[in-house]
Design a protein around this ligand. Structure first.
Ligand SMILES: NC(=O)c1ccc[n+]([C@@H]2O[C@H](COP(=O)([O-])OP(=O)(O)OC[C@H]3O[C@@H](n4cnc5c(N)ncnc54)[C@H](O)[C@@H]3O)[C@@H](O)[C@H]2O)c1
Ligand SMILES: O=C(O)CC[C@@H](O)C(=O)O
Length: 528
Protein backbone atom coordinates (compact mmCIF):
# COMPACT_ATOMS: atom_id res chain seq x y z
CA UNK A 1 0.00 0.00 0.00
CA UNK A 2 1.44 3.39 -1.03
CA UNK A 3 0.72 6.23 1.36
CA UNK A 4 0.26 9.67 -0.18
CA UNK A 5 0.08 12.93 1.76
CA UNK A 6 -1.71 15.90 0.16
CA UNK A 7 -0.65 19.03 2.07
CA UNK A 8 -2.12 21.86 -0.07
CA UNK A 9 -5.54 22.42 -1.67
CA UNK A 10 -5.47 20.24 -4.77
CA UNK A 11 -8.58 19.57 -6.88
CA UNK A 12 -10.39 16.46 -5.57
CA UNK A 13 -11.62 15.82 -9.10
CA UNK A 14 -8.03 15.71 -10.29
CA UNK A 15 -7.07 13.27 -7.53
CA UNK A 16 -9.93 10.89 -8.39
CA UNK A 17 -7.63 8.38 -10.08
CA UNK A 18 -5.51 8.10 -6.95
CA UNK A 19 -8.59 7.62 -4.75
CA UNK A 20 -9.80 4.90 -7.09
CA UNK A 21 -6.51 2.97 -7.06
CA UNK A 22 -6.60 0.00 -4.70
CA UNK A 23 -3.02 0.24 -3.50
CA UNK A 24 -2.97 3.98 -2.70
CA UNK A 25 -4.03 5.55 0.56
CA UNK A 26 -4.46 9.31 0.48
CA UNK A 27 -4.35 11.53 3.57
CA UNK A 28 -5.18 15.21 3.36
CA UNK A 29 -3.47 17.36 6.00
CA UNK A 30 -3.31 21.03 5.12
CA UNK A 31 -1.63 24.03 6.66
CA UNK A 32 1.08 21.99 8.39
CA UNK A 33 3.95 23.98 9.87
CA UNK A 34 7.48 22.72 9.17
CA UNK A 35 7.71 20.88 12.51
CA UNK A 36 4.29 19.26 11.98
CA UNK A 37 5.21 18.16 8.48
CA UNK A 38 8.53 16.75 9.77
CA UNK A 39 6.61 14.76 12.37
CA UNK A 40 4.35 13.00 9.85
CA UNK A 41 6.30 12.87 6.60
CA UNK A 42 8.20 9.71 7.59
CA UNK A 43 5.02 7.65 7.04
CA UNK A 44 4.58 8.60 3.38
CA UNK A 45 5.80 7.38 0.00
CA UNK A 46 4.55 10.45 -1.87
CA UNK A 47 3.81 14.08 -1.05
CA UNK A 48 1.53 16.24 -3.22
CA UNK A 49 1.81 20.02 -2.87
CA UNK A 50 0.95 23.30 -4.56
CA UNK A 51 3.00 26.36 -3.63
CA UNK A 52 2.07 26.83 0.03
CA UNK A 53 3.88 23.85 1.55
CA UNK A 54 7.58 24.54 1.95
CA UNK A 55 9.43 21.30 1.38
CA UNK A 56 12.65 22.23 3.16
CA UNK A 57 15.86 20.25 3.74
CA UNK A 58 14.64 19.59 7.28
CA UNK A 59 11.39 18.09 5.99
CA UNK A 60 13.28 15.97 3.46
CA UNK A 61 15.70 14.69 6.05
CA UNK A 62 12.73 13.41 8.09
CA UNK A 63 11.20 11.81 4.99
CA UNK A 64 12.84 8.40 5.25
CA UNK A 65 10.18 6.64 3.17
CA UNK A 66 9.44 9.41 0.68
CA UNK A 67 10.15 8.56 -2.97
CA UNK A 68 8.34 11.28 -4.86
CA UNK A 69 7.07 14.84 -4.47
CA UNK A 70 4.35 15.92 -6.88
CA UNK A 71 3.87 19.65 -7.47
CA UNK A 72 0.45 20.53 -8.85
CA UNK A 73 1.78 23.43 -10.94
CA UNK A 74 4.99 24.58 -12.60
CA UNK A 75 7.27 26.40 -10.15
CA UNK A 76 9.16 24.20 -7.70
CA UNK A 77 10.80 26.99 -5.75
CA UNK A 78 8.89 25.90 -2.61
CA UNK A 79 10.76 22.57 -2.80
CA UNK A 80 14.45 22.14 -1.96
CA UNK A 81 15.10 20.23 -5.19
CA UNK A 82 18.85 19.94 -4.54
CA UNK A 83 18.30 18.17 -1.22
CA UNK A 84 15.52 16.04 -2.73
CA UNK A 85 17.96 14.94 -5.45
CA UNK A 86 20.62 14.15 -2.87
CA UNK A 87 18.06 12.09 -0.93
CA UNK A 88 17.05 10.28 -4.13
CA UNK A 89 13.54 11.74 -4.13
CA UNK A 90 12.01 12.47 -7.52
CA UNK A 91 10.32 15.84 -7.92
CA UNK A 92 7.53 15.82 -10.49
CA UNK A 93 5.62 18.90 -11.62
CA UNK A 94 2.64 19.57 -13.87
CA UNK A 95 4.01 22.13 -16.29
CA UNK A 96 1.29 22.26 -18.93
CA UNK A 97 -1.99 22.41 -17.05
CA UNK A 98 -1.93 26.06 -16.00
CA UNK A 99 -0.18 27.71 -18.95
CA UNK A 100 -3.29 29.17 -20.53
CA UNK A 101 -4.79 30.30 -17.22
CA UNK A 102 -1.59 32.11 -16.27
CA UNK A 103 -1.22 33.69 -19.72
CA UNK A 104 -4.84 34.84 -19.55
CA UNK A 105 -4.30 36.20 -16.04
CA UNK A 106 -1.24 38.13 -17.24
CA UNK A 107 -3.30 39.56 -20.04
CA UNK A 108 -6.18 40.42 -17.73
CA UNK A 109 -3.67 42.20 -15.46
CA UNK A 110 -2.18 44.09 -18.40
CA UNK A 111 -5.59 45.34 -19.51
CA UNK A 112 -6.73 46.07 -15.96
CA UNK A 113 -3.57 48.15 -15.45
CA UNK A 114 -3.77 49.90 -18.83
CA UNK A 115 -7.44 50.87 -18.32
CA UNK A 116 -7.31 51.30 -14.51
CA UNK A 117 -10.27 48.96 -14.15
CA UNK A 118 -9.78 47.96 -10.47
CA UNK A 119 -9.35 51.63 -9.47
CA UNK A 120 -12.46 52.73 -11.43
CA UNK A 121 -14.46 49.86 -9.99
CA UNK A 122 -13.40 50.81 -6.43
CA UNK A 123 -14.32 54.46 -7.08
CA UNK A 124 -17.81 53.52 -8.29
CA UNK A 125 -18.32 51.34 -5.24
CA UNK A 126 -17.43 54.35 -3.08
CA UNK A 127 -20.45 56.09 -4.68
CA UNK A 128 -18.41 58.30 -7.03
CA UNK A 129 -18.85 58.98 -10.74
CA UNK A 130 -15.31 60.03 -11.70
CA UNK A 131 -14.45 59.80 -15.40
CA UNK A 132 -11.36 62.04 -15.39
CA UNK A 133 -9.13 60.05 -13.07
CA UNK A 134 -9.28 56.85 -15.03
CA UNK A 135 -8.00 57.73 -18.47
CA UNK A 136 -6.00 54.75 -19.67
CA UNK A 137 -3.68 53.81 -22.51
CA UNK A 138 -4.23 51.53 -25.50
CA UNK A 139 -2.24 48.36 -26.01
CA UNK A 140 -2.42 48.73 -29.76
CA UNK A 141 0.95 49.68 -31.30
CA UNK A 142 2.72 49.50 -27.95
CA UNK A 143 5.90 47.51 -27.49
CA UNK A 144 5.63 44.58 -25.13
CA UNK A 145 8.92 43.19 -23.81
CA UNK A 146 8.76 39.57 -22.68
CA UNK A 147 11.55 38.12 -20.56
CA UNK A 148 11.22 34.34 -20.74
CA UNK A 149 9.53 32.97 -23.84
CA UNK A 150 8.59 29.53 -22.55
CA UNK A 151 5.08 28.11 -22.36
CA UNK A 152 3.41 31.09 -20.67
CA UNK A 153 5.55 33.79 -22.31
CA UNK A 154 4.67 32.36 -25.72
CA UNK A 155 0.92 32.39 -25.00
CA UNK A 156 1.19 35.98 -23.74
CA UNK A 157 3.03 36.93 -26.95
CA UNK A 158 0.27 35.44 -29.13
CA UNK A 159 -2.42 37.35 -27.24
CA UNK A 160 -0.40 40.57 -27.36
CA UNK A 161 -0.04 40.34 -31.14
CA UNK A 162 -3.79 39.83 -31.48
CA UNK A 163 -4.12 43.18 -29.68
CA UNK A 164 -1.80 44.91 -32.14
CA UNK A 165 1.23 45.02 -29.83
CA UNK A 166 4.77 44.61 -31.13
CA UNK A 167 6.61 41.98 -29.14
CA UNK A 168 10.30 41.96 -28.20
CA UNK A 169 11.42 38.80 -26.46
CA UNK A 170 14.48 37.58 -24.63
CA UNK A 171 15.04 33.97 -23.71
CA UNK A 172 18.45 32.27 -23.70
CA UNK A 173 16.95 29.44 -25.79
CA UNK A 174 15.14 31.63 -28.32
CA UNK A 175 16.41 31.06 -31.84
CA UNK A 176 15.94 33.49 -34.73
CA UNK A 177 13.77 30.96 -36.56
CA UNK A 178 11.46 30.38 -33.57
CA UNK A 179 11.18 34.13 -33.01
CA UNK A 180 10.32 34.55 -36.68
CA UNK A 181 7.72 31.80 -36.68
CA UNK A 182 6.06 33.31 -33.59
CA UNK A 183 6.15 36.81 -35.09
CA UNK A 184 8.22 38.29 -32.23
CA UNK A 185 11.53 40.13 -32.42
CA UNK A 186 14.47 38.53 -30.61
CA UNK A 187 16.12 41.12 -28.36
CA UNK A 188 18.56 41.43 -25.47
CA UNK A 189 17.44 42.30 -21.94
CA UNK A 190 18.93 45.78 -22.36
CA UNK A 191 17.11 46.34 -25.67
CA UNK A 192 13.86 45.31 -24.02
CA UNK A 193 14.26 47.50 -20.98
CA UNK A 194 15.14 50.55 -23.06
CA UNK A 195 12.47 50.11 -25.76
CA UNK A 196 9.39 48.50 -24.20
CA UNK A 197 6.21 50.26 -23.08
CA UNK A 198 5.11 47.18 -21.13
CA UNK A 199 7.51 44.61 -19.66
CA UNK A 200 6.40 41.20 -18.44
CA UNK A 201 8.53 38.43 -16.93
CA UNK A 202 7.84 34.71 -17.46
CA UNK A 203 11.00 32.98 -16.27
CA UNK A 204 11.40 30.66 -13.31
CA UNK A 205 13.04 32.20 -10.24
CA UNK A 206 16.66 31.04 -10.34
CA UNK A 207 20.03 32.45 -9.30
CA UNK A 208 20.26 33.99 -12.79
CA UNK A 209 16.77 35.49 -12.86
CA UNK A 210 16.72 36.80 -9.28
CA UNK A 211 16.45 40.61 -9.57
CA UNK A 212 16.59 40.40 -13.37
CA UNK A 213 14.92 43.82 -13.25
CA UNK A 214 16.77 45.85 -10.67
CA UNK A 215 17.83 49.54 -10.14
CA UNK A 216 20.05 49.48 -13.24
CA UNK A 217 17.28 48.24 -15.53
CA UNK A 218 14.64 50.62 -14.09
CA UNK A 219 17.10 53.44 -14.68
CA UNK A 220 17.33 52.47 -18.38
CA UNK A 221 13.56 52.13 -18.92
CA UNK A 222 11.31 54.54 -20.81
CA UNK A 223 9.49 57.14 -18.75
CA UNK A 224 5.97 55.82 -18.11
CA UNK A 225 6.80 52.12 -18.61
CA UNK A 226 4.36 49.56 -17.20
CA UNK A 227 5.59 46.42 -15.44
CA UNK A 228 4.02 42.98 -14.96
CA UNK A 229 5.03 40.00 -12.89
CA UNK A 230 2.81 36.91 -12.94
CA UNK A 231 5.78 34.53 -12.69
CA UNK A 232 7.63 34.68 -9.37
CA UNK A 233 8.31 37.30 -6.75
CA UNK A 234 11.99 38.23 -6.74
CA UNK A 235 12.50 38.23 -10.52
CA UNK A 236 11.78 41.93 -10.23
CA UNK A 237 13.51 43.60 -7.28
CA UNK A 238 10.59 44.98 -5.29
CA UNK A 239 12.52 47.81 -3.61
CA UNK A 240 13.75 49.04 -7.03
CA UNK A 241 10.21 48.86 -8.44
CA UNK A 242 8.87 50.82 -5.47
CA UNK A 243 11.49 53.56 -6.03
CA UNK A 244 10.64 53.69 -9.74
CA UNK A 245 6.92 53.95 -8.91
CA UNK A 246 7.66 56.77 -6.49
CA UNK A 247 9.75 58.68 -9.03
CA UNK A 248 7.07 58.27 -11.70
CA UNK A 249 9.43 56.36 -14.01
CA UNK A 250 7.02 53.45 -13.80
CA UNK A 251 3.46 54.50 -14.65
CA UNK A 252 1.86 51.28 -13.47
CA UNK A 253 2.55 47.79 -12.27
CA UNK A 254 0.47 44.63 -12.18
CA UNK A 255 1.71 41.98 -9.81
CA UNK A 256 0.47 38.50 -8.94
CA UNK A 257 3.56 37.31 -7.08
CA UNK A 258 5.81 38.78 -4.38
CA UNK A 259 9.20 38.39 -2.77
CA UNK A 260 7.42 37.32 0.43
CA UNK A 261 4.05 35.59 0.21
CA UNK A 262 1.53 36.27 1.56
CA UNK A 263 2.18 39.97 0.95
CA UNK A 264 2.53 41.76 4.30
CA UNK A 265 -0.56 43.72 5.34
CA UNK A 266 1.55 46.88 5.64
CA UNK A 267 3.58 46.31 2.46
CA UNK A 268 4.31 49.61 0.62
CA UNK A 269 3.10 48.11 -2.70
CA UNK A 270 -0.43 48.23 -1.29
CA UNK A 271 -0.22 52.05 -1.12
CA UNK A 272 0.21 52.80 -4.84
CA UNK A 273 -2.99 53.74 -6.67
CA UNK A 274 -1.41 52.78 -10.00
CA UNK A 275 -0.54 49.23 -8.96
CA UNK A 276 -2.87 46.28 -9.53
CA UNK A 277 -2.32 43.42 -7.12
CA UNK A 278 -3.65 39.86 -7.03
CA UNK A 279 -2.76 37.19 -4.46
CA UNK A 280 -0.94 34.64 -6.68
CA UNK A 281 -4.00 33.82 -8.76
CA UNK A 282 -2.31 33.07 -12.10
CA UNK A 283 -3.21 29.39 -12.00
CA UNK A 284 -6.44 29.81 -10.06
CA UNK A 285 -9.05 28.72 -12.57
CA UNK A 286 -11.25 25.65 -12.31
CA UNK A 287 -9.72 24.30 -15.50
CA UNK A 288 -6.10 24.80 -14.49
CA UNK A 289 -6.57 23.31 -11.05
CA UNK A 290 -8.24 20.21 -12.46
CA UNK A 291 -5.61 19.92 -15.20
CA UNK A 292 -2.60 20.18 -12.89
CA UNK A 293 -4.14 17.83 -10.32
CA UNK A 294 -4.92 15.22 -12.99
CA UNK A 295 -1.45 15.55 -14.48
CA UNK A 296 0.45 15.33 -11.22
CA UNK A 297 -1.72 12.53 -9.78
CA UNK A 298 -1.26 10.52 -12.96
CA UNK A 299 2.50 11.04 -12.98
CA UNK A 300 2.95 10.22 -9.28
CA UNK A 301 0.84 7.05 -9.66
CA UNK A 302 2.95 6.01 -12.68
CA UNK A 303 6.13 6.63 -10.73
CA UNK A 304 4.94 4.59 -7.74
CA UNK A 305 3.92 1.76 -10.08
CA UNK A 306 7.32 1.85 -11.80
CA UNK A 307 5.72 2.90 -15.08
CA UNK A 308 7.36 5.48 -17.36
CA UNK A 309 6.59 9.09 -16.40
CA UNK A 310 7.73 12.29 -18.05
CA UNK A 311 7.69 15.44 -15.92
CA UNK A 312 10.48 14.91 -13.42
CA UNK A 313 12.23 18.13 -12.53
CA UNK A 314 15.38 16.47 -11.17
CA UNK A 315 15.77 13.86 -13.90
CA UNK A 316 16.51 14.33 -17.59
CA UNK A 317 13.13 14.20 -19.24
CA UNK A 318 12.80 12.63 -22.66
CA UNK A 319 9.82 12.66 -24.98
CA UNK A 320 7.96 9.31 -24.81
CA UNK A 321 9.26 8.02 -28.16
CA UNK A 322 12.90 8.73 -27.25
CA UNK A 323 12.43 7.16 -23.83
CA UNK A 324 11.03 4.08 -25.58
CA UNK A 325 14.25 3.78 -27.60
CA UNK A 326 16.47 3.66 -24.51
CA UNK A 327 14.10 1.75 -22.21
CA UNK A 328 15.32 -1.74 -23.27
CA UNK A 329 18.93 -0.75 -22.52
CA UNK A 330 18.23 0.31 -18.94
CA UNK A 331 18.43 -3.24 -17.54
CA UNK A 332 21.59 -3.96 -19.52
CA UNK A 333 23.13 -0.73 -18.18
CA UNK A 334 22.33 -1.60 -14.58
CA UNK A 335 23.71 -5.14 -14.98
CA UNK A 336 26.94 -3.84 -16.54
CA UNK A 337 27.37 -1.45 -13.62
CA UNK A 338 26.71 -4.20 -11.08
CA UNK A 339 29.07 -6.61 -12.82
CA UNK A 340 31.94 -4.10 -13.03
CA UNK A 341 31.49 -3.19 -9.35
CA UNK A 342 31.93 -6.84 -8.37
CA UNK A 343 35.07 -7.32 -10.45
CA UNK A 344 36.92 -4.50 -8.72
CA UNK A 345 38.39 -3.83 -5.36
CA UNK A 346 39.49 -0.45 -4.11
CA UNK A 347 38.62 3.14 -4.82
CA UNK A 348 37.22 3.90 -8.21
CA UNK A 349 38.38 7.08 -9.87
CA UNK A 350 36.81 6.97 -13.33
CA UNK A 351 33.98 5.33 -15.26
CA UNK A 352 34.28 5.46 -19.03
CA UNK A 353 31.11 4.49 -20.85
CA UNK A 354 31.22 3.92 -24.59
CA UNK A 355 28.03 3.58 -26.58
CA UNK A 356 28.54 1.90 -29.94
CA UNK A 357 26.27 1.28 -32.93
CA UNK A 358 22.60 2.23 -32.98
CA UNK A 359 22.40 2.99 -29.26
CA UNK A 360 24.96 5.77 -29.83
CA UNK A 361 22.33 7.63 -31.85
CA UNK A 362 19.93 7.68 -28.86
CA UNK A 363 19.80 10.02 -25.87
CA UNK A 364 21.82 7.84 -23.54
CA UNK A 365 21.58 9.92 -20.34
CA UNK A 366 19.05 7.52 -18.74
CA UNK A 367 21.27 4.50 -19.56
CA UNK A 368 24.29 6.21 -18.00
CA UNK A 369 22.21 6.79 -14.86
CA UNK A 370 21.29 3.11 -14.60
CA UNK A 371 24.92 2.09 -15.13
CA UNK A 372 25.90 4.42 -12.28
CA UNK A 373 23.04 3.14 -10.15
CA UNK A 374 24.09 -0.49 -10.69
CA UNK A 375 27.72 0.31 -10.03
CA UNK A 376 27.30 2.52 -6.98
CA UNK A 377 24.51 0.53 -5.32
CA UNK A 378 26.96 -2.35 -4.90
CA UNK A 379 28.99 -0.17 -2.52
CA UNK A 380 26.40 2.30 -1.25
CA UNK A 381 23.33 0.06 -1.04
CA UNK A 382 19.74 1.16 -1.40
CA UNK A 383 20.56 4.78 -0.78
CA UNK A 384 21.55 4.98 -4.48
CA UNK A 385 18.82 5.32 -7.05
CA UNK A 386 18.25 6.61 -10.55
CA UNK A 387 17.80 10.17 -9.22
CA UNK A 388 20.84 10.60 -7.03
CA UNK A 389 23.34 8.27 -8.76
CA UNK A 390 25.18 11.09 -10.67
CA UNK A 391 25.28 13.14 -7.48
CA UNK A 392 26.72 10.26 -5.44
CA UNK A 393 29.32 9.59 -8.16
CA UNK A 394 30.38 13.23 -8.04
CA UNK A 395 30.41 13.26 -4.26
CA UNK A 396 32.76 10.27 -4.34
CA UNK A 397 35.08 12.01 -6.78
CA UNK A 398 34.29 9.57 -9.61
CA UNK A 399 34.74 11.04 -13.08
CA UNK A 400 32.07 9.80 -15.47
CA UNK A 401 32.79 10.08 -19.19
CA UNK A 402 30.41 9.16 -21.98
CA UNK A 403 31.60 8.61 -25.55
CA UNK A 404 29.75 7.50 -28.64
CA UNK A 405 30.95 5.66 -31.70
CA UNK A 406 29.20 4.27 -34.74
CA UNK A 407 31.28 1.07 -34.40
CA UNK A 408 29.86 -1.90 -32.47
CA UNK A 409 32.03 -4.81 -33.73
CA UNK A 410 29.66 -7.56 -34.94
CA UNK A 411 26.75 -6.24 -32.89
CA UNK A 412 24.04 -3.74 -33.71
CA UNK A 413 24.48 -2.15 -30.32
CA UNK A 414 27.23 -2.24 -27.77
CA UNK A 415 27.80 -0.63 -24.39
CA UNK A 416 31.25 -0.82 -22.84
CA UNK A 417 31.98 0.17 -19.28
CA UNK A 418 35.58 0.71 -18.35
CA UNK A 419 36.32 1.26 -14.68
CA UNK A 420 39.59 2.55 -13.29
CA UNK A 421 40.59 1.76 -9.75
CA UNK A 422 44.03 2.13 -8.18
CA UNK A 423 45.70 2.02 -11.59
CA UNK A 424 43.81 -1.14 -12.58
CA UNK A 425 41.17 -1.11 -15.33
CA UNK A 426 38.29 -3.57 -15.76
CA UNK A 427 36.14 -3.59 -18.85
CA UNK A 428 32.73 -5.13 -19.39
CA UNK A 429 30.77 -4.98 -22.61
CA UNK A 430 27.14 -5.81 -23.17
CA UNK A 431 24.66 -5.87 -25.99
CA UNK A 432 20.97 -6.35 -26.46
CA UNK A 433 20.07 -9.26 -28.71
CA UNK A 434 16.72 -8.84 -30.35
CA UNK A 435 14.41 -11.22 -28.55
CA UNK A 436 17.11 -12.52 -26.18
CA UNK A 437 17.52 -9.48 -23.96
CA UNK A 438 20.79 -8.30 -22.39
CA UNK A 439 24.00 -10.29 -22.90
CA UNK A 440 27.51 -9.79 -21.60
CA UNK A 441 29.74 -10.18 -24.63
CA UNK A 442 33.15 -9.23 -23.33
CA UNK A 443 34.91 -9.13 -19.97
CA UNK A 444 38.38 -7.59 -19.80
CA UNK A 445 38.83 -8.21 -23.50
CA UNK A 446 37.76 -11.91 -23.42
CA UNK A 447 34.80 -12.68 -25.63
CA UNK A 448 31.93 -14.48 -23.91
CA UNK A 449 28.17 -14.68 -24.38
CA UNK A 450 26.43 -14.76 -21.03
CA UNK A 451 22.98 -13.76 -19.82
CA UNK A 452 23.60 -11.41 -16.89
CA UNK A 453 21.36 -13.15 -14.38
CA UNK A 454 21.57 -14.61 -10.91
CA UNK A 455 24.80 -16.05 -9.51
CA UNK A 456 27.83 -16.20 -11.76
CA UNK A 457 31.26 -17.62 -11.14
CA UNK A 458 33.94 -15.90 -13.19
CA UNK A 459 37.48 -17.21 -13.35
CA UNK A 460 40.59 -16.10 -15.14
CA UNK A 461 42.82 -19.13 -15.52
CA UNK A 462 45.56 -20.78 -17.55
CA UNK A 463 44.15 -22.38 -20.66
CA UNK A 464 45.26 -25.96 -19.89
CA UNK A 465 43.31 -29.21 -20.00
CA UNK A 466 41.23 -30.33 -16.99
CA UNK A 467 40.63 -26.94 -15.32
CA UNK A 468 36.94 -26.71 -16.06
CA UNK A 469 36.38 -30.31 -14.97
CA UNK A 470 38.14 -29.64 -11.64
CA UNK A 471 36.02 -26.54 -11.01
CA UNK A 472 32.91 -28.58 -11.90
CA UNK A 473 33.90 -31.23 -9.35
CA UNK A 474 34.39 -28.66 -6.57
CA UNK A 475 30.99 -27.13 -7.35
CA UNK A 476 29.37 -30.58 -7.49
CA UNK A 477 30.80 -31.43 -4.06
CA UNK A 478 29.39 -28.11 -2.87
CA UNK A 479 25.92 -29.09 -4.15
CA UNK A 480 25.95 -26.32 -6.75
CA UNK A 481 24.46 -27.05 -10.15
CA UNK A 482 26.02 -25.41 -13.24
CA UNK A 483 23.37 -23.85 -15.44
CA UNK A 484 25.44 -22.26 -18.22
CA UNK A 485 29.07 -22.01 -19.14
CA UNK A 486 31.12 -19.88 -21.49
CA UNK A 487 34.87 -19.73 -22.02
CA UNK A 488 36.66 -17.01 -23.88
CA UNK A 489 40.35 -16.88 -24.72
CA UNK A 490 42.64 -14.82 -26.86
CA UNK A 491 44.86 -17.69 -28.01
CA UNK A 492 45.13 -21.41 -27.18
CA UNK A 493 47.40 -22.14 -24.22
CA UNK A 494 47.35 -18.56 -22.89
CA UNK A 495 44.85 -17.35 -20.34
CA UNK A 496 41.11 -17.94 -20.55
CA UNK A 497 38.10 -16.40 -18.92
CA UNK A 498 35.21 -18.60 -17.87
CA UNK A 499 31.73 -17.39 -16.96
CA UNK A 500 29.59 -19.99 -15.24
CA UNK A 501 25.95 -19.43 -14.38
CA UNK A 502 25.20 -21.38 -11.20
CA UNK A 503 21.85 -22.29 -9.63
CA UNK A 504 22.87 -21.78 -5.99
CA UNK A 505 25.28 -19.69 -4.00
CA UNK A 506 28.80 -21.12 -4.04
CA UNK A 507 30.08 -21.52 -0.48
CA UNK A 508 33.12 -19.60 0.75
CA UNK A 509 34.94 -22.89 1.18
CA UNK A 510 34.37 -23.97 -2.43
CA UNK A 511 35.35 -20.54 -3.64
CA UNK A 512 38.61 -20.70 -1.67
CA UNK A 513 39.29 -24.16 -3.04
CA UNK A 514 38.89 -22.87 -6.60
CA UNK A 515 41.00 -19.80 -5.84
CA UNK A 516 43.78 -22.03 -4.46
CA UNK A 517 44.02 -24.08 -7.67
CA UNK A 518 47.43 -23.44 -9.22
CA UNK A 519 46.23 -22.42 -12.73
CA UNK A 520 43.57 -20.03 -11.41
CA UNK A 521 44.67 -16.39 -11.58
CA UNK A 522 41.51 -14.90 -10.12
CA UNK A 523 37.99 -15.94 -9.25
CA UNK A 524 34.91 -13.82 -8.65
CA UNK A 525 31.49 -14.75 -7.42
CA UNK A 526 29.13 -12.24 -8.94
CA UNK A 527 25.43 -11.71 -8.34
CA UNK A 528 23.42 -9.89 -10.99
N1 LIG B 1 1.35 33.17 -11.11
C1 LIG B 1 1.14 31.88 -11.16
O1 LIG B 1 0.23 31.37 -10.55
C2 LIG B 1 2.01 31.03 -12.03
C3 LIG B 1 1.44 29.94 -12.70
C4 LIG B 1 2.27 29.16 -13.51
C5 LIG B 1 3.61 29.46 -13.63
N2 LIG B 1 4.12 30.52 -12.93
C6 LIG B 1 5.55 30.85 -13.05
O2 LIG B 1 5.81 31.13 -14.40
C7 LIG B 1 7.09 30.63 -14.73
C8 LIG B 1 7.13 30.31 -16.21
O3 LIG B 1 6.28 29.20 -16.48
P1 LIG B 1 6.34 28.44 -17.87
O4 LIG B 1 5.37 27.32 -17.79
O5 LIG B 1 6.25 29.41 -18.99
O6 LIG B 1 7.82 27.87 -17.79
P2 LIG B 1 8.76 27.48 -19.00
O7 LIG B 1 9.82 26.64 -18.41
O8 LIG B 1 7.95 26.96 -20.13
O9 LIG B 1 9.37 28.87 -19.44
C9 LIG B 1 10.35 29.56 -18.72
C10 LIG B 1 11.28 30.19 -19.73
O10 LIG B 1 12.17 31.07 -19.04
C11 LIG B 1 13.37 31.02 -19.77
N3 LIG B 1 14.47 31.56 -18.99
C12 LIG B 1 15.22 30.92 -18.05
N4 LIG B 1 16.16 31.77 -17.60
C13 LIG B 1 15.98 32.95 -18.25
C14 LIG B 1 16.63 34.20 -18.19
N5 LIG B 1 17.68 34.42 -17.38
N6 LIG B 1 16.17 35.19 -18.99
C15 LIG B 1 15.13 34.97 -19.81
N7 LIG B 1 14.48 33.80 -19.92
C16 LIG B 1 14.89 32.81 -19.13
C17 LIG B 1 13.54 29.56 -20.10
O11 LIG B 1 14.45 29.37 -21.16
C18 LIG B 1 12.13 29.18 -20.48
O12 LIG B 1 11.91 29.28 -21.87
C19 LIG B 1 7.24 29.40 -13.83
O13 LIG B 1 8.59 29.16 -13.53
C20 LIG B 1 6.46 29.73 -12.61
O14 LIG B 1 7.35 30.21 -11.62
C21 LIG B 1 3.34 31.31 -12.16
O1 LIG C 1 -0.53 26.51 -7.03
C1 LIG C 1 -0.78 27.62 -7.47
O2 LIG C 1 -1.87 28.12 -7.52
C2 LIG C 1 0.37 28.44 -8.05
C3 LIG C 1 0.93 27.76 -9.23
C4 LIG C 1 1.99 28.51 -9.95
O3 LIG C 1 2.67 29.43 -9.20
C5 LIG C 1 2.92 27.55 -10.62
O4 LIG C 1 4.12 27.75 -10.54
O5 LIG C 1 2.42 26.61 -11.25
Amino acid sequence: MFRILVSDPISEQGLAALYAAENMQIDIKMGLKEEELCAVIGEYDALLVRSQTKVTAKVLESAKRLRVIGRAGVGVDNIDVETATRCGIVVINAPDGNTISTAEHTFAMMMAMARKIPQADASLRRGEWDRKSFVGVELNNKILGILGLGRIGTEVAKRAMAFGMRVLAYDPFLTESRAESLGVRKATVDEIVTQADFITVHTPLTKETKHLLSEREFEMMKQGVRILNCARGGIIKESALIEALKSGKVAGAALDVYEEEPLAAEHPLRDFQNVVLTPHLGASTKEAQINVAIDVADEVAKFLRNEPFKNAVNLPSLPAERMQQVQPFLTLGEKLGKLAAQLLKGNVSKLQITYGGEVATYEVGPITRTILKGFLAYHHGDEVNYVNAPFIAEQNGIIVNETKTSKAKVFTNMITLEVESNGETKTVTGTLYNGFGPRIVQINGYTVDAAPEGQMLITLHEDIPGIIGRIGTILGNDGVNIATMQVGRREAGGTALMVMGVDARVSGQALNEIARMEPIHSVYLVEL
